[in-house]
Design a binder for this molecule. Sequence first.
Ligand code: 1BN
Ligand code: ZN
Length: 322
Amino acid sequence: MRMTLMAMALTALLTACGGNAASTASTNADTTAVAATAVATFDADSAWALAQRQCDFGPRVPGTPAHSQCATWLMQTLGQSCDTVMLQTGTVTAHAGMPNPLTIKNIIGIINPDAAQRLLLLAHWDTRPWADNDPDPDKHGQPVMGANDGASGVAVLLQVARHLRQAGTTLGVDIVLVDAEDMGNHDDEDSWALGAQYWASHPHVDNYKPLFGILLDMVGAPDAVFPREYYSMQYASGFVEMVWRNAAGNHFSRNDGGAVTDDHVFVNRAGIPCIDIIDQRNSDTGFCPAWHTTSDTMQGITASTLGDVGQTLLNVIHDLEQ
Ligand code: 1BN
Ligand code: ZN
């Protein structure tokens, strides 16, 4: 555990007041325990603004100018809060109808690169090229704005990085913004999470072994429900338990959720335990009504939910620092 500035100041004060060595030592120990670092308060409004900023580029469909411009902004923004930022490019095979081979851009921010104990945080930053779940079939060819399905998770992670920069942390944290999650077709599970699949087979450092990973997906709806997603429980139930124990707000449910072929599946298959915080509902699709529709806009996400998810991550990080 680190000694806080307050503990150091108290130590200096007690020493200056001339306490004997024995009592000063025990007081220091007590003081350090009492003054253990407080958890930072997550700035939910700032996270919401970071989601808006992504949506201002328009839908971030791989291969479009908006995607390219958003990548540049993400590199700059993540770079302001991390020790190192890396752009990982690669070529992948997308399913029929997409440009092939497809170039993906994974954006990676590294905090405390030399720390042995590391936490992996992920979210996808691309948006789906087709609103194929829209109630209006005429809109099925339009791209999704992805305020919830894309921007929400990225916004929370960018804001978490800002807090870690401000407050400092002893933990190593790797933020991986994966590309091309959402170009999949429902008949082929390998057509999803193309950026995560690429990263899982080309991790940004050799022998990469974080404690575990947390994926955020669709974490902005006012009525979001985060049950315990199936693959997360199969691969990493202890970490689900740890994160849910640290949950802020009332969106985290102890109910069992469905199985989602999300980025974390491929991270788990590569041997890194990884859980998915994802909004799942009792609906025809299994997700919220705006999922893969033209209604997935900023009107459908709220600072309050982003705040609860962000605060949960800060609580988890604080827990791991102890
Ligand atoms: C999550 C958000 N996903 C896509 N957008 C993953 C997914 C894959 C969901 C397959 C349903 C089916
Ligand atoms: Zn999606």
